[in-house]
Design a protein around this ligand. Sequence first.
Ligand code: HEM
Length: 396
Amino acid sequence: MSDAELTATLPHYPFSFRGDALAPALKQFLVHEPVTRVVTNAGHPGWLVTGYELARDALKDPRLSRSALSDPEMPQEDSGAPPLAVVGTMIMLRRAGLREEAVKGMSPRQQYVPLSRVRAIAEELLDEMTGRGTSGDLVEDFALPWAARVTCELLGLRPAVASEVSAWFGLMATGPIADRRLPTEWPASLDRLATWMDDLAETGLLPRLMQLNDVSPHPLPPVDMLEVAHMLTFSGLGNPAAFLAACVLALARDPKLANRLREQPDLMPLMVKEVYRWAPLLGDSITRIAMEDLVIGDVHVHAGELVMISTDAANHDPAVFAEPERLDIDRDAAPHLRFGHGRHYCPAAALNQLQTEAALDVLLARLPNLRLAAEPPVTWRDHHSVLMPVEVPVHW
Ligand code: HEM
């Protein structure tokens, strides 16, 4: 069978764009074929890992490389997407001796955007939304601008650019949308960021990294610093906005749960943790290249092959999470894999948890009768690397 014939017979990843239910195909693979062959948007075959333990082991397996993904000769998940910036930028930061400071700046120890500011931003946005009438959209009015403003303050970008940053969510595109938009819009966003880098705020992670870079024995050239800033801006916007949208959708749909959290705000950490597990967030997967032949589950993977890890599926493995489709904040669960595992584990995981808790706390207090509106029904943005509703229409 030729490569083209083989890929034509394979299931096409991703299988769904919904962030409130695991795709039926992923449910099937979890039970019957936890390592399975799929074809990607780029038309390349890859191995999809769905089982919890296999996914966790794959994430920490040093034979599965993330940096090899930047080699254009290797199989890819998407054709139009730019080479994964995140791949190179952490390596760049390490070379310049800046990695530790960057990681600290994404942790709860950072001082650039205290939780009181995170709450104040949420309050301002909800004031604006409620001031406009009796219904609103918690994506455009809340989740997206909240993530953009928090990220700008964390990084030291001027507040005036936050609405432009918010619109960059559309650049987290995959498949045909990426093919169409990214060749021009990705470089344009880099140019735009370059002008903002000339006028950073006095405090923030980027001004701090630039200061340290000036005295580094191996300083990053400006073009690399720009890549780092670009990657951090997209990381701060995309997942946090989509995740907050997933949380608010769950709360707007379940007034009983919302009331329980209003009465017992100390349960909020459990809520956020459970949504990390429950909500599918990946419009793409966590990808690696096998650096040598290896066995994953029952499957022989060859050196140079693409391995895709679905943490969404792993977080719904029925062998680990009873009734995985149920959002249950009382479950005594194994750790979710939302932030990865092993050496690339997300440095902003703990900070994002605290910030999301703060935003939701404000939301529940400010909208005591929060309800999902019947119209328009919730639909999802297709072909984006993180799963985000088009709108979360609510009234209060
Ligand atoms: C809901 C929020 C977030 C989620 C679900 C998330 C998820 C992830 C995941 C799964 C990884 C591992 C990727 C891999 O193994 O290839 C990762 C890595 C990373 N994330 Fe996050 N992230 C979030 C928020 C953030 C934020 C707010 C920032 C920064 C402002 C950030 C910066 C990074 C960086 C720099 C890495 C690369 C770490 C390394 O390779 O050492 N993330 N994130």
